[in-house]
Design a protein around this ligand. Structure first.
Ligand SMILES: Cc1ncc(COP(=O)(O)O)c(C=O)c1O
Ligand SMILES: NCC(=O)CCC(=O)O
Length: 431
């Protein structure tokens, strides 16, 4: 196990943080709750690396939980921010920078003709389900167990990510009133979906789903499931809400919907769209987006929405992804990691398997492939914790939960992937 004695300044900072913030953190996902030990405190990041307050360097496989697809402190993003900051940090009035980011989103994401910028993925999904309810005049929302859509009350039901990791999939504080209109089904279960529509079809405003799930580890949808989602929502007049907060601009320039041929009514975005600054977005056809105030009557607002620094970082990132697409490189690097991890599993005889799509990858400590929350729950999370600390001690920063995706960035190199595989083989051999 890791010895925090190696990280005395992180340990001191954490002691202080615990007196100041609940659990010493501003988001439970980073609290190391499921792996034990203490979080490390970061001083700086560059390229594919994080540097902690004790001066240790880690090869980063989190990338700020997704946004840093181009690597940390990507020079064009830093320059765009420097240029923007000299002109003031927030105006609360329209800017050309908002047009630029909106144009890029509309150009890249196939199903989006009009978009609203917000400040986080949570705001995007919260607003998207309000829009679905406002546009259809219906109340019920359908979601899938182990999918995470941020900390929206009515979506914190059977939630994935930190809610699953820390065993509070249904948070206290969410009233039965707020969750009573949420229907929860297993991911990839087309039959259950058909049954739910047969029973509640005329009451369902929308179905929200992760087009590739990253919040119970990487779980890939079946074609049958994706087809059922689109045909049943169309048949029953419900809206299909594709939550691409994690997959947007990561799996392809147009996200999972472009890669997998999904045609959603509403798309939610976050993470990469802000290039490392706080941005979320939701969009769809001009007709659906026309329900939003002041064009329509569905309320949604934000003091800092469309913030000039955030749009500068987001636009620079999306422009880079469009003009110098890193997707082939990401595919090759992550396929190399997948093959190496599979070989390490075989040579050490550890019970585990790897799921990957594009630059999203998870090593599951389970004997069966993971297809939904029921199978995800079979994972040996004690083993995951041992693996996690073995990798940390060798300088590899992985998500501190079995129920999160690892992300590879364009700043990673084949040599660094090889070093990761060597370390993983060593650690797996100790389990
Ligand atoms: C699919 C998905 N939706 C929504 C969210 C919420 O985004 P945020 O943390 O920016 O509120 C996340 C991640 O946190 C996510 O992975
Ligand atoms: N996959 C889950 C997240 O990205 C959430 C990160 C956070 O809330 O800190």
């Amino acid at each position: 196990m890791s010895s925090v004695a190696d990280r005395p300044l992180s340990s001191q900072a954490f002691e202080r943080a615990k007196q100041l913030m609940p659990g010493g953190v501003n988001s439970p996902a980073r609290a190391f709750g499921a792996v034990g030990g203490e979080p490390i405190f970061i001083e700086q990041a560059e390229g594919a690396y994080l540097i902690d307050v004790d001066g240790n360097r880690y090869l980063d496989y989190i990338g700020s939980w997704g946004p840093m697809i181009l690597g940390h402190a990507y020079p064009p993003v830093i320059e765009a921010l420097q240029h923007s900051i000299a002109r003031g940090t927030s105006y609360g009035a329209p800017t050309p920078g908002e047009n630029e980011l909106a144009e890029l989103i509309i150009e890249l994401v196939p199903s989006v003709d009009k978009v609203r910028l917000v400040n986080s993925g949570t705001e995007a999904t919260m607003s998207a389900i309000r829009l679905a309810r406002g546009a259809t005049g219906r109340d019920k929302i359908l979601k899938f167990a182990g999918n995470y859509h941020g900390h929206v009350d009515s979506l914190l039901v059977a939630a994935g990510s930190a809610a699953a990791t820390l065993a509070v999939p249904n948070s206290p504080g969410v009233t039965s009133g707020a969750s009573t209109d949420t229907i929860v089904l297993e991911y990839n279960d087309a039959e259950a979906l058909a049954a739910a529509f047969a029973q509640h079809g005329s009451e369902i405003a929308g179905v929200i789903f992760e087009p590739v799930c990253g919040n119970m580890g990487v779980v890939i949808p079946t074609t049958e499931f994706l087809t059922a989602l689109r045909s049943l929502t169309r048949e029953h007049g419900a809206l299909l809400i594709c939550d691409e907060v994690m997959t947007g601009f990561r799996l392809s320039p147009g996200g999972a919907q472009q890669l997998l041929g999904i045609e959603p009514d509403i798309t939610t975005l976050g993470k990469i769209v802000g290039g490392g600054l706080p941005v979320g977005a939701y969009g769809g056809s001009a007709e659906i987006m026309g329900h939003i105030l002041p064009e329509g009557k569905v309320f949604q607002a934000g003091t800092l929405s469309g913030n000039p620094l955030a749009t500068a970082a987001g636009s620079t990132t999306l422009r880079t992804l469009r003009d110098n697409p890193p997707y082939e490189r990401l595919e090759a690097l992550t396929a190399q990691l997948e093959a190496g991890l599979n070989e390490a599993i075989q040579s050490t005889g550890v019970t585990a398997n790897v799921a990957r799509i594009g630059s999203m990858i998870t090593l599951f400590f389970s004997e069966q492939p993971i297809t939904d929350w029921s199978t995800a729950a079979t994972c040996d999370i004690k083993r995951f914790a041992q693996y996690f600390w073995g990798m940390m001690d060798r300088g590899f920063y992985l998500p501190c939960s079995q129920y999160e995706a690892m992300f590879v960035s364009a700043a990673h190199t084949p040599e660094e992937i090889d070093a990761t595989i060597t370390a993983a083989r060593e650690v797996l051999a100790t389990l």
